[in-house]
Design a protein around this ligand. Structure first.
Ligand code: NAI
Ligand code: MG
Length: 495
């Protein structure tokens, strides 16, 4: 077996970059580790400026041919990528679980089918993408979506292939070429995607994967003068660095940056539903940008709600993410666990009370399998201006506060620097209408959570992001929109 192949749960994964249709090694590597038990999964190529340059050059060379490929043919090839994802769904699910520790059953049932759907959806959308022509004083005005060029996609570890393809599918459909830089904590499925793209017949250079660390490979890609778009999902501090570096060439950016989203529970809500919505926020061990981690409950039902939530949260089963009965796997990395634990300890020092969970006792959870596990935690007695209420934890940690009026609920909900999502539990349609209108958020759910159609725009307000992707908004971002004005019969109006 080649020294550049690693085997993860019987699946061979190439550890090199994928540039211009070829596998390229780097002199340096980094070790990818499984959070399940700390097993090293492979020595991954550690790219930097030379690899970034090579990948952008390959994407640039492939761009004219891909941009000129008829829409129907591009759509067919993306459909073939979707077929390839479906064919290798089990392998993708297993490898992703080993790499980032998220539940195998979620990867099988929800995440990987959605990865295939990303390609099918944007292929289909491409075929319908049109704007009716305008008529102005005898002139026809035609709007077209011209592909912009090489697109750099920088993605995080919490949903690696889902987020990579949510960006790559529309970028490719639009006729752009792609350089994907996955997170160094979850590099494997991006490499499998490169194999799938090759098998599907995607021309060399259309999809490239550069592996490596953010400040090395990522920074070199983002600051490259030949890159026409940068789409990033991750943290606010990294987004600032990316924006500063993209500023040098005024490269258009799309940024999706997580948040501190609220779940508002009104006394008129179906309390069982509200409790279920709250428990759902522990999904993926809380490593979800959209998670409603601030629970705001109306005073009269707060006691009953807290009691029921605590009971359900305490019953969640934590363990090996490959096990079908596990509800919560490990966090992605020991460093993330330290970060989460630090937030919780500081909150407790500041006066918070752990109704459920809290800092694990010596070896608890972690001792069982050696991974960076953190127990589902619910904190009360937290101040609105405290760190635990204002900062994104990205772990299974929820805070609970109470309110007495609708105004106060809206005020608390909006009182952070974020604005990604908000969830409202209420049985009163009028209240739902009033409250949702006042919430600052890219997505608002009423009596439901996480349901998201790819036709809808997605993104964050305030520091949760810049721009929107999804549906035609994705094409607007990855394309240069062009208006062509034609004067029929050579007639022009100089007036
Ligand atoms: P991060 O934002 O540093 O990493 C995300 C991606 O950006 C990775 O692929 C990384 O290699 C890349 N990157 C880092 N520095 C870069 C640079 N200078 N130029 C270009 N690319 C760069 O996030 P990290 O450190 O993995 O997680 C830290 C916190 O970020 C989490 O605890 C959580 O609060 C938040 N986060 C939010 C996510 C979301 O979905 N919005 C996803 C992941 C993390
Ligand atoms: Mg990993």
């Amino acid at each position: 077996m080649s020294e550049h192949l690693t085997t993860v749960a019987h699946v061979p994964v190439d550890t090199r970059h994928f540039i211009g249709g070829e596998r390229i090694a780097s002199a340096r590597t980094f070790t990818d580790v499984s959070p399940i038990d700390g097993t090293p999964l492979g020595e991954i190529a550690r790219g930097g400026a030379p690899e970034a340059d090579a990948a952008v050059a390959a994407a640039r060379a492939a761009f004219p041919g891909w941009a000129d490929t008829p829409r129907a043919e591009r759509a067919r090839l993306l459909g073939a990528v979707a077929d390839g994802v479906e064919k290798r769904l089990e392998e993708l699910a297993v490898v992703e679980t080993h790499d980032n520790g998220a539940l195998l059953r979620s990867h099988r049932r929800g995440v990987m089918p959605r990865v295939a759907h990303n390609f099918r959806f944007f292929a289909d959308r491409l075929l319908r993408l049109e704007h009716e022509d305008f008529e102005t004083r005898g002139h026809t005005q035609h709007v077209s979506w011209d592909p912009a060029g090489p697109c750099v996609l920088i993605t995080p570890w919490n949903a690696p292939l889902l987020l990579a393809t949510w960006k790559a599918a529309p970028a490719l459909a639009a006729g752009g070429t792609v350089i994907l830089k996955p997170s160094e904590w979850s590099p494997l499925t991006a490499s499998l995607l490169a194999d799938i793209a090759t098998a599907a017949g995607l021309p060399p250079g259309v999809l490239n994967v550069v592996q490596g660390y953010g400040p090395e490979a990522g920074a070199a890609l983002v600051g490259h003068p030949d890159v026409r778009r940068v789409s990033f999902t991750g943290s606010v501090p990294t987004a600032r660095r990316i924006a500063a570096s993209a500023a040098a060439h005024l490269t258009p950016l799309s940024l999706e940056l997580g948040g501190k989203s609220p779940l508002l529970v009104f006394a008129d809500a179906d309390l069982e539903l509200a409790v279920d919505l709250a428990v759902q926020q522990y999904d993926n061990a809380g490593q979800v940008c959209l998670a409603a981690t601030r629970i705001l409950v109306e005073e009269p039902v707060a006691g009953e709600f807290t009691h029921r939530l605590a009971e359900k949260a305490a019953r969640l089963r934590q363990g090996d993410p490959r096990d079908a009965t596990t509800d919560l796997g490990p966090l992605v990395h020991p460093r993330q666990r330290e970060k989460v634990d630090g937030f919780v300890r500081r909150a407790l020092e500041a006066g918070a009370r752990a109704v459920v969970g809290g800092p694990p006792g010596e070896g608890r959870g972690a001792a069982r399998t050696g991974g960076p596990y953190y127990p589902p935690t619910l904190l009360t007695d937290v101040a609105q201006d405290s760190e635990i209420v204002q900062e994104e934890v990205f772990g299974p940690v929820l805070t609970l506060q109470t309110f007495t009026t609708e105004d106060e609920a809206v005020h608390l909900a909006n009182d952070t620097r974020f604005g990604l999502a908000a969830t409202v539990a209420t049985g009163d349609h009028e209240r739902a209408r009033r409250v949702t209108a006042r919430l600052v958020a890219g997505t608002v759910w009423v009596n439901c959570f996480y349901v998201r159609d790819l036709r809808a725009p997605f993104g964050g307000s305030r520091q949760s992001g810049v721009g929107r992707e999804g549906g035609d908004w994705s094409f607007d971002f990855y394309c240069d929109l062009k208006t062509t004005v034609s004067a029929p019969n050579g007639w022009t109006d100089h007036a």
